[in-house]
Each structure stands twice: as structure tokens, then as C-alpha cells.
Design a protein around this ligand. Structure first.
Ligand code: SF4
Length: 476
């Protein structure tokens, strides 16, 4: 089924070039932040965060607030998972967690009192619906007690859903509780693939909750898929794509499975001989792009597709797209306040991350402290490179003139070394460069991380190089 757009036909804005991808695919960051989280340091602490909030207040607190709430628990382990999660069936753990989470929300709410309204809320995990309907209601009431929220029509309030944990009734309840965007973890509809990753989720169940979301009036429905999983091949992928297109979600994310068993213990349960070869993975990616663009979806960038009339695609056309820890967003320039174990905030020109274990997280809150364990303060060079990476990731182009007007630099001098590398990528056909513009070509869009990596000052630094290479996934 093709996407109904009521608009002019969509010309695919991305081009798959297998030889180029083979030549240039390498390990690299996903740039949900710059500097990337592995560059945060423990010299940054709560005092630095408080200073950042004070600076935001002193500057007139012009930006809205984006809240992220991390619920780390899951019932069952999916073998491919690389998230920060805790597998437990012991529901009392969530009760304890909520008491601390509420204390952290109160502390953050007091800090941001009388500042701006919340225009974005995102519940992620783990599995946010590990919480019962009642627990979710109490948590939301607590958030509303400490923060002012924009009305439903002006705010983007989203939640990640594991369809195995919800009924259609629960989906309606989540809409009544204020969520207006929803994303469903599907990964693959094929039963053998599901078995190989320990995530059995019937098609009927997934489609049932998606229908419920539509009936309940969610403004945007998203599906997450993964390519490169064990037992996947072109036939299974084609069948899954046909089912996804027929279900007609507003947004589709297709992530590349990065098999890194040395780093993620759960991935050791995946039989390596079941994994598709690198060539098959490339063919699957090519198939995904072809089928989705043929069906009318627009390639937003970095694994994301959307219907042309979805907010993300509209924001991209208007140059308003933004990228943060949750991926792409239509709300630029928000202060991102994140609560929960391991959550990362972005306030003013800082990033800060919470304690990564429950024990340490609870202990810090017991002491009446914000549980910040590390972070970084961006210097002028970081801010400049961050804006460049943002623009490239979101708009696939960079106005060199605008940058020179906004910052006291001459691009050709400041980025002399980078320009030499960009010229090589230009010869490869990833981009075009002139005095005014850096423009990413349709071929280069799939390799956007390679282009951004040119501007990442830290990648060239020796310090954590061996670890770095281990931690990043392949750019394709
Ligand atoms: S993929 Fe999602 S549901 Fe599965 S273990 Fe990871 S966080 Fe939990």
C-alpha cells in the first residue's frame, strides 16, 4: 500500500550505492550529542549542572523544556539489546525506583520553577509500560505538579511501547493520560527471527495495539525495525516490510544491528552462524530503502523514514529539524532535562549523565543530591562543531556564509584540515563543496556519519582511541 500524501509525488531523496558503502563504511558515533557521551568526564558534577541552570535563567530562559523519563525495567531479555536496562519480574523494584525518581523530579522541578513550559516529554527505557496504569498515572501527576506543560495540541508527548506489555485498553488509557505520540518496538515480524532474538511477538498483537493507537487519536505512530538480526534474509525482510507498509505507520526507524558481544553480554546468546553476512545486510538495507521510498516514505536521515505529511518530514523541509538523545525532533533549542538512572541531560552548553547503577542512583538521592556522575561543558569550538554536525544530520547541507556570520571565523582557515578530508569525500561523490555551501548528495545521505566524523575533533585524539573503536557501531 502506498502512503496517501495529498501532495506532489515524492522523489526519493536518498540513493543506495553499494560499492561506495563497501568502501567507506566504518565504525563511528551516531551523534545524538556532540561531544559524544564517551567524552564526558567525571570532573563535571552537580555544581556544574547547577551553574548551567543558573546561566539559563540569567539569559532569560527563552527555550522550552524537553523532559526525558527513563524506566529501566523489562520483563524479558531481547538478545540483541544494547540498552541500559534491568531484567526483572519483581514488580516491587519498580515501586522503589518510582519513589527515588519522584524525588529527583521534585529537585529538578524546583530548579526550573517559573521557567519555561514543557513542550516535549519522552518516556523511554527499558520498557516504560513495565509500570502499571496506576503507577504511570501517579508519575505523570507528579511531573505535572513540578513542571508546567504546554497543552496537548502544542506539545509532543511520546512513549516507547513494547506491544507484548500492553492491551488495546491500555493504549487508550495512555492517550487519556496525555501521551500523543507512540512508538512500537517490532524489530521483525518473522517467527524464526523472533525466536532467535528471544522476542516472540505475534503480528496480530502488534497490529491490534497499532489500531488501538489510531482509534485513540495518537498524532504520530512509529514502528522500530532492525536489520542484520539472526535468521534474517532478503525474503523475511521483504515480508516484514510488506506488513509494515500495509500497517501504514507515520514513521519507521530501521536500525542496523551491531553485533558486539564483547561489550553487550546478552548478545553472546546469539548464534553467530545465524547472522546474515555483510553483503546480505547491505542488500537488506537497499531493499528497505527501495520499498519504503516506493511506498512514499521520505528518508529523514540516520535510519529514519516518515510520511511526507508527518511533522518530522515537514520540519525537515522547513529547516527546523533537530537531533537529540531520542533521535530526530521537531523541537529545536529546548533545555533537555532527563530523570532516571543513566539519563543524559543537555542544559545550556553542558551535557550531564546520571549514575548508571540503581544502587549509586538511590544513594545520591538519599544524600539529597542530583545523581549526576559525569558530563561536559562545551567550549566555543565544541559549540561550533555541534551546530555543524546538527545541520548536516538534519538538513544535509551547511551554509558556510551563515556560519561565518554567526561565528568569528573564516571557514576555509578554521577548518583547513577538515576541508582537505571533505575534498576526498567530494571526489567519492558524498558531497559538493563551494565557497557558500556544503551539500550532501543523495548518495552521501546514507553515509552522513562519515561526513560528520570529519568535524569531530575528539575522534582524532589518541587518548581513548582503542576503546573508542570498540564502542562505536558501523556507519552502515
Ligand atoms: S530491546 Fe527493549 S524490551 Fe528488549 S530487553 Fe532491550 S530495552 Fe528491554
Amino acid at each position: 500500500m502506498a502512503v496517501a500524501t495529498n501532495a506532489v509525488p515524492v522523489i526519493p531523496n536518498v540513493q543506495f550505492d553499494a560499492p561506495l558503502i563497501r568502501k567507506l563504511s566504518q565504525q563511528g558515533p551516531r551523534y545524538t550529542s556532540y561531544p559524544t557521551a564517551d567524552r564526558f568526564n567525571e570532573a563535571f558534577g552537580m555544581g556544574d549542572y547547577l551553574q548551567a541552570v543558573n546561566n539559563v535563567r540569567a539569559m532569560g530562559a527563552r527555550n522550552p523544556i524537553s523532559l526525558y523519563v527513563h524506566i529501566p525495567f523489562c520483563d524479558k531479555l531481547c538478545y540483541y539489546c544494547a540498552c541500559n536496562k534491568i531484567i526483572t519480574k519483581n514488580r516491587s523494584k519498580a515501586e522503589v525506583y518510582l519513589t527515588y525518581l519522584k524525588r529527583e523530579i521534585e529537585m529538578q522541578g524546583k530548579l526550573f520553577a517559573d521557567m519555561n513550559t514543557v513542550e516535549q516529554l519522552h518516556f523511554g527505557g527499558g520498557t516504560p509500560t513495565y509500570l502499571s496504569h496506576e503507577q504511570m498515572g501517579e508519575l505523570l501527576a507528579h511531573l505535572h505538579k513540578w513542571f508546567r506543560f504546554a497543552p496537548d495540541e502544542a506539545g509532543e508527548y511520546s512513549i516507547e511501547i513494547d506491544p507484548r506489555t500492553v492491551s488495546p485498553e491500555r493504549i487508550h488509557a495512555l492517550r487519556s493520560q496525555g501521551f500523543n505520540r507512540i512508538s512500537f518496538g517490532v524489530q521483525d515480524f518473522d517467527p524464526d527471527v523472533q525466536k532467535a532474538v528471544n522476542r516472540i511477538q505475534s503480528e496480530e498483537l502488534t497490529l491490534g495495539v497499532m489500531n488501538a493507537a489510531r482509534e485513540a487519536g495518537f498524532r504520530s505512530i512509529s514502528i522500530d525495525l532492525i536489520y542484520g538480526l539472526p535468521k534474517q534474509n532478503l525474503v523475511t525482510m521483504n515480508q516484514t516490510l510488506a506488513k509494515v507498509i500495509a500497517a501504514s505507520p507515520d514513521r519507521i526507524s530501521i536500525y542496523n544491528y551491531a553485533h558486539m558481544p564483547a561489550l553487550f553480554k546478552s548478545q553472546r546468546r546469539i548464534a553467530e552462524e545465524d547472522l546474515p553476512s555483510a553483503e546480505t545486510k547491505l542488500d537488506m538495507l537497499s531493499l528497505c530503502i527501495k520499498r519504503l521510498t516506493d511506498a512514499g516514505y521520505v528518508y529523514i536521515g540516520m535510519d529514519h523514514f516518515a510520511k511526507p505529511n508527518d511533522d518530522l518530514a515537514i520540519a525537515q523541509r522547513q529547516g527546523r529539524l533537530h537531533r537529540n538523545f531520542q533521535g530526530y525532533s521537531t523541537h529545536a533549542e529546548a533545555e533537555m532535562v532527563s530523570v532516571g538512572v543513566s539519563a543524559i541531560s543537555a542544559v545550556g552548553s553542558t551535557y550531564s549523565q546520571n549514575e548508571k547503577t540503581l544502587e549509586a542512583y538511590y544513594e545520591r538521592i538519599e544524600q539529597g543530591e542530583l545523581p549526576i556522575v559525569r558530563g561536559t561543558k562545551l567550549n566555543v569550538d565544541d559549540l561550533l562543531r555541534r551546530i555543524i554536525i546538527q545541520k548536516l544530520m538534519c538538513n544535509f547541507e551547511l551554509s558556510i556564509r551563515s556560519l561565518e556570520l554567526a561565528y568569528p571565523i573564516t571557514f576555509a582557515n578554521y577548518f583547513e584540515k577538515e576541508l582537505a578530508k571533505l575534498r576526498e569525500l567530494e571526489i567519492d561523490g558524498l558531497l559538493t563543496l563551494d565557497e557558500d555551501w556544503l551539500t550532501v548528495t543523495p548518495k552521501g545521505r546514507l553515509l552522513i556519519r562519515n561526513i560528520c566524523m570529519v568535524f569531530d575533533r575528539y575522534l582524532g585524539m589518541k587518548r581513548e582511541e582503542p576503546l573508542q573503536r570498540l564502542r562505536y557501531s558501523k556507519t552502515i
